[in-house]
Ligand binder design. Structure first.
Ligand SMILES: [Zn+2]
Length: 342
């Protein structure tokens, strides 16, 4: 693997609690006492964290066949209550907002206070209503070479940090980066935080029969094992925050329910005064979320947090809290994934 140095840019210093560097993430995970930590990719040192675990007996069936059976619920051997939420962050290494959010959720669950020493009792109460499976940093390779945040980052630099820079110094654009799999690392001066160390965009490593990354294989394997009801994939973008509607390669009931959740999130972010994009249209993209739907029938959604939009570091975190409180509250009223309504 060709080693790349972290992207050279001077941005505003982040507060002490904004711990998104790999040693800082490891230190936070080492403090976990109430949850359980499991390394799911040894070679990349990727951990999953579990709270409110239940035993997972080996299912009698797989979702891919149970969904066509007379009783799709047979897939769920561990029972429906409480529902399971699988929360992953940092699939794109430059997008640190989800990483810091998961570390703050862990702190809330461990101590009742987040990394800022602030309480958030309603969020704590809601988190405790679910089985939780969280992967704080899915792409350590990308994280290692990315800045701590992208607040105040000029747009051109945003793309160079995320998608990379060709050897001739020109920017690799967002859509252009998806023309290569893997990104040819011998032709770049900086690969961006998007791909892993081998140049693969983990988010799109979802083709049946041919996974290219250990990261995607581990995430999907865990999803099948834990049978999440909600798979929430935390990303970031330069625009305002958006809980994206579920992808269209999906079950009609998941799309209906997911669209409701996206709309509720938009209303809640607006009501709380956070910059938000109204969810419109739906994507036909094939990505990890699609694979999780196929594996488990889960409601699989991507949250795109803003990296800036004038928010402070506190605002970036607290807007995630608002999104999560909204979604978690809604999940208690109606299940995330109506698996029995196929
Ligand atoms: Zn992303």
């Amino acid at each position: 693997m060709k080693p790349f140095k972290p992207y050279d840019i001077t941005l505003e210093p982040c507060p002490d609690w904004w711990k998104v560097r790999l040693p800082e993430i490891a230190e936070e995970l080492s403090k976990i006492r109430k949850g359980r930590v499991e390394t799911i990719v040894e070679s990349k040192n990727i951990q999953a964290v579990f709270y409110n675990e239940k035993q997972f007996p080996v299912p009698d069936t797989r979702w891919t066949i149970a969904a066509s059976s007379s009783d799709p619920n047979r897939y769920k051997t561990s029972g429906y209550d409480p529902q399971c939420i699988m929360l992953i962050a940092g699939v794109h290494g430059a997008e640190a907002e989800g990483v810091i959010t998961i570390l703050n959720l862990i702190s809330l669950l461990e101590t009742g206070k987040d990394l800022r020493e602030k309480e958030r009792p309603e969020l704590c109460r809601l988190l405790q209503q679910y089985r939780l499976v969280m992967i704080p940093c899915c792409n350590p390779d990308g994280r290692a070479i990315s800045p701590d945040h992208m607040r105040g980052c000029p747009m051109e630099e945003f793309h160079r940090i995320s998608q990379g820079v060709w050897a001739d110094g020109s920017t690799i654009t967002w859509a252009e980066s998806k023309q290569f799999y893997p990104l040819p690392l011998d032709k770049v001066s900086f690969p961006g935080g998007y791909p892993n160390g081998e140049g693969y965009n983990i988010m799109h490593d979802c083709a049946p029969g041919k996974l290219c990354t250990e990261e995607a294989a581990a995430i999907l394997s865990l999803a099948e094992k834990c049978q999440p009801d909600l798979f929430l994939n935390l990303h970031s973008q330069e625009r305002e925050s958006l809980l994206c509607r579920p992808g269209l390669f999906n079950y009609a009931e998941n799309i209906r329910r997911g669209n409701e959740l996206a709309a509720a999130c938009y209303r809640a972010l607006c009501a709380a005064g956070f910059p938000a994009l109204e969810p419109k249209g739906s994507s036909q993209a094939l990505n990890l979320n699609t694979a999780v739907v196929m594996l488990s029938g889960a409601q699989a959604m991507t949250y795109e947090s803003t990296t800036d939009s004038g928010l402070s570091f506190d605002g970036l975190l607290e807007s995630h809290y608002v999104m999560l409180e909204t979604v978690l509250k809604a999940g208690l009223q109606e299940p995330f994934a109506p698996r029995n309504k196929r």
